[in-house]
Ligand binder design. Structure first.
Ligand SMILES: Cc1ncc(COP(=O)(O)O)c(C=O)c1O
Length: 452
């Protein structure tokens, strides 16, 4: 593997020179908070950390502490921080051309051609946006325009973003007080080992497939325009969706004429140990939604779909799908450099190998921890489900989660959480010693809190 983004001088493991957060971080955090409106991520608020620099899987805070990044920002820095090819591409492109609306550019052709070469042949037309949520909005416009229908089925525990269309598809926390949402969106039940821990996977899949049919038959006004699902639910608790369920959703779409949308905004780009998470099941969607890591850290969202779908209906008229910044030269230059590096440096295989090592190490180390019900994941998309006790599987409190994340920070590891699930999603260049450090830090933090 090429470690060109981890130059000498950057430690491989945490190196702490103050307590974390230290006085430098705290001062910047206080100033920042006095200026920003409320609502930043819980992790950023609980950690009080100010970040200055990133190299590979390491970040340096405002006090000079080097910390191990076990979240890749928020599942974005798949290549690792400070990748020289991305930095060079962005610099060169900025000097050449930053913006000229959505006019054709060679750099966009180069990037989209490379992306297309990694996808099934039928996904041959692309819409470029500026974020995951924007890609979801574009996909919603596309499925309405192409089918002439408006109803969409999404799933419990699904997360698709915070713009109002995307939030309408999202289920769970973050919706309170913000409705009414998009009419015609219905949520079906997805297989959830946290909700039905005593059911076998096969029974769970069967029950959810039946529920999907019931929702379509009893709640919708007609056949839906689309079904949207994450192949691995990220914000919903790091839950890989069983291949058998994805197959039954595919069959449902084929029966009803609905378009199948896979939201791979979190899972795409090698995160799960395959370039695209759909490869684990072999189920190919009609629309593939990408974001987060795909831009190499630069904002970028993408919808890929068959040309006859992407170009269909009134939504495909000139200007109806345009955006000021979507597909801009900087995003394409960064995306091209990032995807090239991802493929050339063996990072997807590394995610698979080091990810499996980390899942095994965590599974072994946490087997006796009273507050851990499950360690699950694919590649370097890993969840640790934290509970009050294993028998009842009742979630731990927000205070407990905050103490876990702070305990990890004191050990030099930055980790995030989603609900009561610790989310371990480091850059894909993670090394085995770094994986072992994370596993040890998680184990000792949870052991300490158990004693307390
Ligand atoms: C699966 C999924 N879809 C959509 C989004 C929204 O992306 P963004 O935050 O870039 O708008 C996210 C972000 O976390 C996500 O995980």
């Amino acid at each position: 593997m090429n470690h060109s983004n981890n130059p000498s001088g950057t430690p491989e493991l945490p190196r702490l020179v103050t307590e974390v957060p230290g006085p430098g971080s705290k001062a910047i955090f206080r100033q920042d908070q006095s200026l920003l409106a409320a609502g930043n991520s819980a992790g950023s608020l609980w950690s009080e950390l100010a970040v200055v620099e990133g190299r590979g899987a390491m970040i340096r805070d405002a006090d000079g502490n080097w910390l191990l990044d076990a979240c890749a920002g928020t599942v974005v820095m798949n290549l690792g921080h400070g990748h020289p090819a991305v930095a060079t591409a962005l610099g060169e492109q900025a000097r050449l051309l930053t913006h000229f609306y959505d006019f054709a550019t060679e750099v966009r052709v180069r990037f989209v051609e490379l992306l297309r070469s990694t996808l099934p042949e039928r996904l041959d037309a692309f819409h470029l946006a500026n974020s995951g949520s924007e890609a979801v909005e574009a996909a919603l416009r596309t499925v309405r325009s192409a089918t002439g229908r408006h109803e969409v089925i999404a799933f419990h525990n699904g997360y698709h973003g915070r713009t109002l269309g995307a939030l309408s598809l999202t289920s769970g926390a973050g919706r309170e007080g913000l409705g009414p949402f998009l009419p015609g969106v219905v949520h079906a039940v997805a297989p959830d080992p946290m909700e039905t821990p005593h059911q076998s996977e096969a029974r769970r899949v069967e029950a959810c497939a039946r529920h999907l049919d019931r929702v379509a038959g009893q709640v919708l006004a007609g056949p839906p325009a689309a079904v949207i699902i994450e192949p691995m639910q990220g914000a919903g608790g790091m839950i890989p969706v069983p291949a058998a369920f994805l197959e039954s959703v595919r069959a449902f779409c084929d029966r009803t004429g609905a378009l199948l949308m896979f939201d791979e905004i979190l899972t795409g780009g090698g995160r799960t140990g395959r370039l695209w998470a759909y490869e684990h099941s072999g189920v190919v969607p009609d629309l593939l939604l990408l974001g987060k890591g795909i831009g190499g850290g630069f904002p970028l969202g993408i919808v890929a779909g068959p040309r006859h779908v992407m170009d269909a209906g009134p939504g495909a008229q000139p200007t109806h799908n345009s955006s000021t910044f979507g597909g801009n030269p900087l995003a394409c230059a960064s995306g091209f450099a990032a995807l090239t590096a991802l493929l050339e440096e063996g990072l997807v295989d590394n995610a698979s190998r080091v990810g499996q090592h980390l899942i095994n190490a965590l599974g072994k180390r946490l087997a006796q921890r009273r507050n851990v019900a499950d360690v699950r994941g694919l590649g370097l998309a890993i969840g640790v489900e934290m509970v009050r006790d294993r028998a009842t599987r009742t979630p731990v409190s927000g205070d407990f989660i905050r103490e876990v994340l702070r305990g990890l920070l004191r050990r030099g590891v930055v980790i995030s959480s989603t609900g009561h699930v610790m989310r371990i999603t480091p850059p894909l260049c993670l090394t085995i010693p770094q994986a072992d450090y994370i596993s040890h830090a998680v184990g000792s933090t949870l052991a300490e809190l158990e004693r307390d």
